[in-house]
Ligand binder design. Structure first.
Ligand SMILES: NC(=O)c1ccc[n+]([C@@H]2O[C@H](COP(=O)([O-])OP(=O)(O)OC[C@H]3O[C@@H](n4cnc5c(N)ncnc54)[C@H](O)[C@@H]3O)[C@@H](O)[C@H]2O)c1
Length: 434
């Protein structure tokens, strides 16, 4: 079988590379020629641990190729996985422009029957829409079957998640097409959920929304802990040991970001509105998260007073560790708020700085290490729990800073350590050390 993957972003690239690693013949297609050039030289355009090595291995084995040529991508594909972006529109709905364009290009360039598989996260009903776009344009005599196959990998552990995911969801209204896709994934030996197309689309949104709900819930418990006097770390540990609840996604912090959770829950809320359903919990999850992202900033204003002219350091810019993705990261909102206050901002992140620099240019200073960023700082925010940030010693932190005031959005340090070092320490869901 000749398999084409459309879109070489976080999902398409990892999927293509992992499928080639289990002996499939994969062509990855992207409209971005620069990305394709980089990939053809064996380099990944995104930061994902282990990806470069796997790309080089499978190019050398002759199982993996990259192209920006639409004809080459589709003309004799048996199966096409669509993994293009579905970013949010202003009103929260999913922007399907890239999906539509991909569907049109597929219809115009295929030369034989094929299966089109949607990996992108798309609202319920979109796969049927893709089917209609293709059916209206495809040359007479060709049959295209549609399968929904939403993706659950996490950036930062995407390769592991692809090989060891919890499940593969295959939504198809045609049994045979569903079986072909299941066979492609068979070497991964993962549980497969076969369902209809609309249910598959819903599984993705329901999963992400439930995880986001867990985060917003624990953040609210954390906020209450601060008021009533409790320690969220202990509370979450005690709650998480209950197997019905589980300990994952119970880390209180500065709210969720990234390219998926915010956009997906907004898109589900938008879908609910379209169907005249008032999804109350989801709206609260969105609200809680918006407020949570501002909490540290307001704590800083309260503790420090005016931030104008103050030298403020931000450690960690990506929405989570082990990725260079800054989409909807808490750092972006904080930077904007601090700039509005005329603070003088120095940032450090192990891999996220080039992406932040594209947005903020010379409005910020970019340090070459966490230590350098801390030099002379009058207050420091911790926004991403990279190992190298978590492993800083508070003794060192205190030594570098002019005033040792820390606003830790990821609870990286113990209260005892902060107290021992004489650091003014504000974290999430725990008492402030002043
Ligand atoms: N990033 C994640 O962790 C993740 C996880 C699960 C699901 N998803 C979903 O997967 C989809 C892709 O997400 P991503 O983060 O990989 O996106 P991305 O923005 O990183 O990559 C999309 C790629 O598609 C390419 N592209 C756009 N139009 C194209 C076309 N017509 N033909 C070929 N290539 C085209 C772009 O150039 C880009 O390289 C989204 O729907 C997202 O919600 C993402």
């Amino acid at each position: 079988m000749k398999i084409t993957i459309t879109g070489t972003g976080y999902v398409g690239l990892v999927t293509g590379v992992c499928l080639s690693d289990v002996d499939h013949q994969i062509t990855c297609y992207d409209i971005d020629q620069e990305k394709i050039n980089l990939l053809n030289s064996g380099k990944s355009p995104i930061y994902e641990p282990g990806l470069d090595e796997l790309i080089q291995k499978n190019i050398s084995a002759g199982r993996l190729s990259f192209t920006a040529d639409v004809k080459e991508a589709y003309s004799d594909a048996d199966c096409i996985f669509i993994a293009v972006g579905t970013p949010p529109n202003e009103d929260g709905s999913a922007n399907l422009t890239y999906i539509e364009k991909a569907a049109i290009e597929i219809a115009e360039h295929i030369t034989k029957d094929c299966i089109v598989v949607t990996k992108s996260t798309v609202p319920v009903g979109t796969n049927e829409y893709i089917g209609r776009i293709i059916a209206e344009r495809v040359p007479a005599g060709l049959t295209v079957k549609i399968v929904s196959n939403p993706e659950f990998l996490r950036e930062g552990s995407a390769i592991h998640d692809t090989f060891h995911g919890d499940r593969i969801v295959i939504g198809s209204n045609d049994q045979e097409a569903g079986k072909v896709i299941a066979d492609i994934y068979a070497p991964f030996k993962l549980p497969i959920v076969h369902t209809d197309i609309r249910s598959a689309e819903m599984i993705k949104y329901a999963s992400n929304s439930f995880l986001a709900l867990k985060i917003s819930f624990i953040n609210e418990i954390a906020n209450l802990c601060e008021k009533v006097g409790g320690n969220i770390e202990h509370v979450a540990a005690g709650v998480g040991l209950d197997k019905r609840i589980g300990s994952k996604f119970l880390q209180a912090g500065i709210g969720f970001g990234g390219s998926c959770f915010p956009k997906d829950i907004n898109a589900l809320n938008h879908l609910a509105n379209e169907y005249d359903y008032d999804f109350k919990i989801l709206k609260s999850v969105i609200d809680v998260n918006r407020l949570q992202k501002e909490r540290l900033f307001y704590k800083a204003k309260e503790a420090v007073g005016s931030l104008a002219g103050k030298k403020i350091t931000i450690l960690g810019l990506t929405f989570k560790p082990n990725t260079d993705d800054i989409r909807d990261a808490a750092s972006l909102k904080l930077i904007q708020d601090l700039l509005m206050e005329d603070a003088v901002i120095t940032v450090y992140d192990p891999v996220g700085m080039p992406n932040v620099e594209k947005l903020f240019g010379n409005k910020l200073q970019y340090a070459e290490s966490a230590e350098k960023a801390l030099e002379d700082a009058e207050a420091t925010f911790i926004l991403t729990e990279w190992d190298e940030i978590k492993n800083l010693s508070l003794e060192q932190v205190k030594r570098y800073m002019t005033k040792p005031i820390l606003f830790d959005g990821r609870n990286c340090f113990t209260l005892e350590d902060a107290e021992k070092q004489g650091i003014q320490y504000y974290s999430i869901g725990r008492k402030a050390i002043v």
